[in-house]
Design a protein around this ligand. Structure first.
Ligand SMILES: NC(=O)c1ccc[n+]([C@@H]2O[C@H](COP(=O)([O-])OP(=O)(O)OC[C@H]3O[C@@H](n4cnc5c(N)ncnc54)[C@H](OP(=O)(O)O)[C@@H]3O)[C@@H](O)[C@H]2O)c1
Length: 332
């Protein structure tokens, strides 16, 4: 079956990776449309051996499309997703707009593929990037020994904030190296030679938006409101790929070796846990890779027997966004 598919936000960081994933995975396309804002209309994007001409996102541009991969901000998704559904498409949305909507499944194909079957609004939500990267390895452990509590700290790359943020990190790094003043426009603070708390807004409980997404989205994806998740999300001066330090509290006793064995066979996970060389996952290892890399698997010495610590690196433009969305489209 040849599918007519549109990528909305095709000129952005996630949209471009969606085109790459569709090409690389030989998605059965009949027609592909690259849509973005009016500013990009007429631009050319490479796809396979040809060029796609970008069109403005309008109801007319969405007519006849079977599947829409939405890679725009939440406000724009709230505008365009209903238009696409009205035009007859199933929407897979990368923004936060529909993630906690009870009528929209929130899907990581390795975890809850069955959820895509129930989508009364015609919209399937792609989870937050840090949430996906954390849960791809946590889920297979949870299947063997229930995870009751997760404490996670993230080290998030500029790419998580889109192409303008990646450009800003490169430009400000060059400026810093040349001894020029560093003036951020996308981020609230300089990212070069600095780290700061994630730039999403703070809620009344002192957690920022990104941190609360990791809590609430995990509960929804696992269909387990009782799982306790507390996150600290931090931006670091890395161009691409997020890292996470994850402490897990299990219901039953577990050893690092048992976890290593489970993770060595888990889909979407690759172990990089070389103790002799003190070599564990780095953003440069994860960038451009489909799998979430896992290392530093060790006992949580503050919770002997039932606690484990992991260190993860994952390309949040791929598994944290574009790849996960394309995998959902493949399931459809
Ligand atoms: N970056 C990540 O790692 C990541 C991970 C998970 C989820 N997400 C989510 O994915 C979405 C896209 O993020 P991104 O990082 O790819 O952002 P981005 O690089 O800033 O790209 C934004 C895209 O939206 C398009 N756009 C802006 N205004 C538009 C309009 N009025 N009509 C149609 N298209 C419009 C832009 O087109 P122009 O080029 O024409 O302006 C561009 O293609 C966001 O909701 C983000 O939260 C991102």
């Amino acid at each position: 079956m040849a599918i007519c598919l549109a990528v909305v936000g095709a000129t952005g960081a996630v949209g471009r990776e969606m085109l790459n994933c569709l090409e690389k995975r030989k998605f059965p396309l009949g027609e592909i449309r690259a849509l973005a804002s009016v500013n990009s209309a007429g631009k050319k994007l490479k796809f396979a051996n040809r060029e796609l001409t970008v069109r403005e996102t309008t109801g007319a541009a969405l007519a006849g499309v079977d599947v829409v991969l939405m890679a725009v901000d939440a406000d724009q998704s709230l505008e365009f997703s209903p238009l696409a559904v009205k035009a007859g498409a199933v929407v897979i949305d990368n923004s936060s707009a529909y993630r906690m909507d009870p009528d929209c499944p929130l899907v990581i194909p390795e975890i809850n593929p069955q959820a895509i079957g129930k989508r009364p609004k015609g919209i399937i939500a792609n989870p937050n990037c840090s949430t996906i990267i954390m849960n791809v390895p946590v889920w297979p452990l949870h299947q063997v020994n229930p995870v009751e509590r997760i404490i996670v700290s993230t080290y998030q790359a500029a790419s998580g904030a889109g192409k303008p943020a990646m450009d800003e990190l490169e430009e400000t790094t060059r400026a810093w190296a040349a001894g020029q003043p560093v003036t951020p426009k996308v981020f609230p603070y300089p990212l070069v030679m600095n780290i700061f708390s994630h730039n999403s807004s703070l809620g009344p409980n002192g957690y920022n938006g990104e941190e609360m997404k990791m809590t609430k989205e995990t509960q929804k994806i696992f269909d387990l409101p009782s799982i306790r998740v507390a996150a600290t999300c931090i931006r670091v001066p890395v161009l691409r790929a997020h890292c996470e330090s994850v402490a897990l509290e299990f219901h039953n006793p577990i050893t690092p070796d048992a976890a290593r064995d489970i993770l060595s066979r888990a889909p979407g996970v690759k172990l990089l846990d070389d103790w002799q060389q003190n070599r564990s996952p780095q953003p440069l290892d994860a960038a451009g890779q489909d799998n979430v890399l896992v290392g530093r698997i060790r006992e949580d010495i503050s919770l002997p027997g039932r606690g484990l610590m992991l260190w993860l690196a994952g390309d949040q433009l791929l598994k944290g966004a574009a790849l996960n969305a394309v995998q959902i489209a493949e399931l459809l």
